[in-house]
Design a protein around this ligand. Structure first.
Ligand SMILES: [Zn+2]
Length: 341
């Protein structure tokens, strides 16, 4: 990988330009033009205004994602004003959260060459958007006078996130978004086939073998056993099986086909849950769901996301078939957690 890489495709940037990981429209929407990206990081050695939080990208890659940004902005605005969105909107919004989450992860590599060398990122934004099961939980915050509106993210500076960028949170003005993505995160309990018995076949390439358990064809709450949504929240879940399409015995049965938005790309449909009573239901792409929420006091964001990252990691044999470091990852992380204690 070259010193300067395109955060979308990972190659040396062609017709180089700069991508804002936190898009300019969002910086303006939250009046953070002069805000410091690193103001919330306790050990921050650097300070940078949001408008200069940019990374190299190919012109072509950047234009492709500019189109996505233009489409997602009105969806986010609808959520932030409590209006309804469709299943397809929710899927797009989760694409965007994938993009931001992986962008923040890659920004860690840019600012810390030692970390980049250690991790040697094998994937970039383009290879991670809509790649594995994902979840987005939204809450509205009752901010006190001393709590400022703005953009804040959390969970992106932990060791676990560096090795497995699976979960983070973002506050946008008075809304709190909890986003996670991982294999098997939602599939088993929305009735889709689940991955089981994952084995590392080849340590050097990280290639894996796995079996599938046929799906149960029904929703079982809670969808994610280590995550009970807040009772004043709306949560979207989406199973994604893109990685498994090439596997001949992947059980792509009628239930999977009927609950998918794009079967040929392995994109399952969105399931939605209001509050935390067991009422998760499937949304067809054009079905609408209201997003109006009662506001709640600021939760303990940093501990929520850390606990969730731990829960994901402890369940994983590996973080994702195409990605990190085979089964060694658990050992590395457990070791680094012991050292941090
Ligand atoms: Zn590129």
């Amino acid at each position: 990988m070259s010193e300067k890489f395109c955060i979308f495709c990972g190659e040396k940037p062609k017709d180089k330009n700069q991508e804002h990981v936190i898009p300019q429209w969002l910086i303006h929407m939250t009046k953070r033009e002069k805000g410091d990206v690193f103001s919330l990081y306790p050990d921050a050695k650097m300070h940078l205004p949001f408008m200069r939080f940019t990374f190299p990208a190919c012109t072509e890659c950047n234009s492709k994602y500019s189109r996505m940004e233009a489409m997602v902005k009105p969806v986010l605005e609808r959520v932030l004003s409590g209006q309804s969105i469709s299943g397809a909107d929710a899927s797009l919004l989760m694409d965007w959260f994938d993009k931001v989450r992986i962008g923040l992860w890659l920004s860690n590599m840019y600012y810390n060459p030692k970390l980049k060398q250690e991790i040697g990122p094998h994937f970039f934004i383009d290879s991670r958007v809509a790649k594995t099961d994902r979840m987005l939980s939204v809450q509205k915050l009752k901010l006190s006078d001393s709590e400022n509106k703005g953009i804040y993210f959390n969970g992106t500076q932990t060791q676990l996130f560096n090795y497995c960028p699976s979960a983070f949170t973002m506050v946008i003005n008075d809304y709190y978004f909890f986003n996670a993505s991982n294999n098997n995160l939602v599939s088993p309990r929305v009735g889709f086939p689940a991955l089981s018995d994952v084995k590392v076949e080849d340590e050097s390439t990280g290639s894996l073998s796995a079996d599938f358990i046929t799906g149960r064809h029904k929703v079982a709450n809670p969808i994610i056993q280590s995550f009970i949504p807040n009772k004043e929240s709306i949560t979207f879940y989406q199973p994604i099986y893109r990685d498994y399409l090439c596997i001949p015995d992947f059980p792509k049965d009628d239930y999977v086909v009927e609950h998918s938005y794009d079967v040929s790309n392995g994109l399952g449909g969105v399931f939605v849950q209001k509050g935390n009573a067991g009422n998760t239901r499937y949304l067809h792409p054009t079905d609408k769901v209201g997003t109006k929420l009662n506001s709640i006091p600021m939760p303990d964001i940093s501990s929520d996301v850390l606990q969730f990252q731990n829960a994901i990691q402890s369940k994983n044999i590996v973080s994702s078939p195409d990605t990190l470091l085979g089964k060694n990852i658990n050992a590395i992380i457990l070791d680094s957690m012991k050292r941090q204690k």
